[in-house]
Design a binder for this molecule. Structure first.
Ligand code: A2R
Length: 307
C-alpha cells in the first residue's frame, strides 16, 4: 500500500477509509522517501521545509477550502497536486456569518447573560438593540461562500455590495476600493482567502470607514484583519461591533478582545457541524482515493488545476 503522511487530526470515518488504501504515518514516524500522499487541514497545511523533504510527494489533500498554509505555487512547480474541499461547506460558513451578524445586531450574548444573571427579574427589561433588517452589507470576497452569504441574508432585505479584485457577473454594486465600500456599509463581512494578497487588508482606514455604528464580521482568516487596529477601533468606539470566527494567532485570542462587550467570538467553527465536516472529510478522502485509481483528483486548487 502507498504511504500517506497524516498532518493534524482526521475523523474516524476518514481514518477507516484511508486505512483500507494507505499505510498511514504520523509526523513522528515516517520515511520521507516513501511518502507519496499527504492529508492535512487548512490550519496546519504543510510547512515548506517538510514539503521540500518529500521527494516523491504527488498529492496534498486538504480538509477545508482555505489552503493558505500550503505553498500551492511551489507544489504546482514540482507537479504536486494540492486539493481542498470547496462548495460542500458554503452553506454552513454562510450560516455562521449570518449568525454572527444577527448576534451582534441583536446583542444576543448580552441579553442571554441578562436572563442568566437574574438581572431581568431584578432590574426589568433589557436595553434596546438594533434591527438587522434593511442594512447595506458589504461582502469582501464574493466567491462561492460570499454568494451563499448574500443569498442567506435575503429575508433581512439587505442591499448587497462587494469588493473583489475582478468584477463579477452579479446584480450587486462592485467597489474597486475597500475603504470606499466600508464607508457606504452598515456591516462588512470578510470571506476572502487568507495569504499574502489579503494580509491585513481590513486595516484601520477600512474600520474607520465602517464607523461607530458599523459591524465587522470575519469568517475568512484572522490574517485578513489588522487585529491590533481592530482592538483599538472597538475599544475607542471608532468601530461599533465585531463578530469573529477567526483570529490572527488562533487559538490564542488577545485578552483585550475577550474583554470587549461589543464582540461575539467563536472558536473557528464556521464549517464545524457533524453534517458539513462529514462531507468535507469524504471529499478529502475521495481526492486521495481517486488519485490512487487513475492519477487524477476531483477538486484541485486553482494553482494546480492544470496538472
Ligand atoms: O478577487 P477575485 O476577483 O479573485 O475574487 C475572489 C476574492 N478575492 C479577493 N478579493 C479582494 N482582494 C483580494 N486580494 C482577493 N483575493 C481573492 O475572494 C473571490 O470572489 C473570493 C474567493 O472566493 P472563492 O475562491 O470561491 O472561495 P470560497 O470558496 O468562497 O472560500 C473563501 C475563503 C477560503 O479561502 C477560506 O479562507 C475561508 O473562505 O473559509
Amino acid at each position: 500500500m502507498p504511504d500517506l503522511l497524516q498532518i493534524g487530526g482526521i475523523t474516524d470515518a476518514m481514518k477507516a477509509r484511508l486505512e483500507a488504501a494507505f499505510t498511514i504515518h504520523q509526523l513522528d514516524d515516517f520515511d520521507p522517501e516513501k511518502i507519496t500522499h499527504v492529508v492535512t487541514n487548512g490550519h496546519d497545511g504543510v510547512k515548506p521545509e517538510l514539503m521540500a523533504s518529500l521527494p516523491n510527494l504527488q498529492v496534498i489533500s486538504g480538509y477545508g477550502v482555505g489552503y493558505d498554509a500550503v505553498d500551492a505555487p511551489a507544489a504546482a512547480a514540482r507537479g504536486i497536486k494540492v486539493t481542498h474541499t470547496p462548495n460542500v461547506l458554503n452553506q454552513e460558513v454562510a450560516t455562521s456569518a449570518v449568525l454572527l451578524m444577527l448576534a451582534a445586531y441583536r446583542e444576543l450574548l448580552r441579553d442571554d447573560a441578562y436572563v442568566r444573571s437574574g438581572d431581568w427579574e431584578a432590574k426589568g427589561g433589557s436595553a434596546l438593540t438594533r434591527s438587522a433588517d434593511n442594512q447595506t452589507v458589504g461582502i469582501l470576497g464574493l466567491g462561492r461562500i460570499g454568494q451563499a452569504i448574500a443569498d442567506k441574508l435575503a429575508p433581512w432585505n439587505p442591499t448587497i455590495v462587494y469588493h473583489t479584485r475582478t468584477k463579477k457577473d452579479v446584480p450587486y454594486k462592485h467597489y474597486d476600493n475597500l475603504t470606499a465600500m466600508a464607508k457606504d456599509c452598515d456591516v462588512l463581512i470578510c470571506i476572502t482567502p487568507g495569504g499574502p494578497a489579503t494580509n491585513k487588508i481590513v486595516n484601520a482606514d477600512v474600520m474607520a470607514g465602517l464607523g461607530p455604528k458599523g459591524t465587522l464580521i470575519n469568517v475568512s482568516r484572522g490574517s485578513v484583519v489588522d487585529e491590533a487596529a481592530m482592538i483599538d477601533a472597538l475599544s475607542s468606539g471608532k468601530l461599533g461591533w465585531a463578530g469573529l470566527d477567526v483570529f490572527e494567532g488562533e487559538p490564542h485570542v488577545p485578552q483585550a478582545l475577550r474583554d470587549l462587550p461589543n464582540t461575539v467570538l467563536l472558536p473557528h467553527v464556521g464549517s464545524a457541524t457533524h453534517e458539513t465536516r462529514a462531507a468535507m472529510g469524504d471529499l478529502t478522502v475521495d481526492n486521495l482515493l481517486q488519485h490512487l485509481k487513475d492519477g487524477t483528483v476531483i477538486t484541485a486548487v486553482p494553482e494546480c488545476a492544470h496538472l
